[in-house]
Design a protein around this ligand. Sequence first.
Ligand SMILES: [Zn+2]
Length: 269
Amino acid sequence: MATIGRRSLPALLALTLLACSTVPITGRKQLSLIPASTMLSMSYQQYGEFLQSNPLSPSKDQTAMVRQTGGRIQNAVERFFAEKGMSEQLKEYRWEFNLVESKEINAWCMPGGKVVVYTGILPVTRDEAGLAVVMGHEIAHAIAEHGNERMSQGLLEQLGGAGLALALENEPQKTKDMWMTVYGVGAQYGALLPISRLQESEADELGLVFMAMAGYNPNEAVSFWQRMAAQKTGGAPPEFLSTHPSDETRIANLRKLLPGAMKYYKGQP
Ligand SMILES: [Zn+2]
């Protein structure tokens, strides 16, 4: 639960009672103050604006690889949710996978399945399985609604519960800045918030399951994160690494999660 500061207790209780949701698969309860419809409309707007001001990659092959990998993971997610009788939660998703031309080592997924991969990360992902590690992980953050949780925590700390609805309506710039920060879109929007260890571990767990179901060997995740960690040497760490620390703890955690994920791996479809 978020650090909440000194808000009035009854108001806070009312708020949090209304405001908890459950992460699919892991079952963790999370703070979720922003209506799903608001998250989706903000996502579709910000995603559209991002694509208007950032060039797509001219490479047909690499773009096709990003779309194919994304499409396979999307199918896996949809199958998983269908098997659990939770397809309703994906109903409003408008999946999209784009490869943007940029030296930045980065990738993200906004709510509703809006994915961007930067060409700068491709030398680190190397092949389709490496790409599936990144896309599976980022899609898992979106599926687990980590953005809503982080925005809820941030807004609650800055403005208090009562200020939240007003902020969404009356402070579009502040809300937009926080959005960009939460989704790791460009450091120019302020200090990047490192994602909590809990959310990272959750996205690793779900991401491994999704990539395995999509026909990618989840063992590839360990070598991808090792390659990512090696990017740290010399100069500032890449954006992706600032928000996704890659260290011994992550690698050890991944190794623990692998046997669970391998149950879903049946090889290439
Ligand atoms: Zn992450």
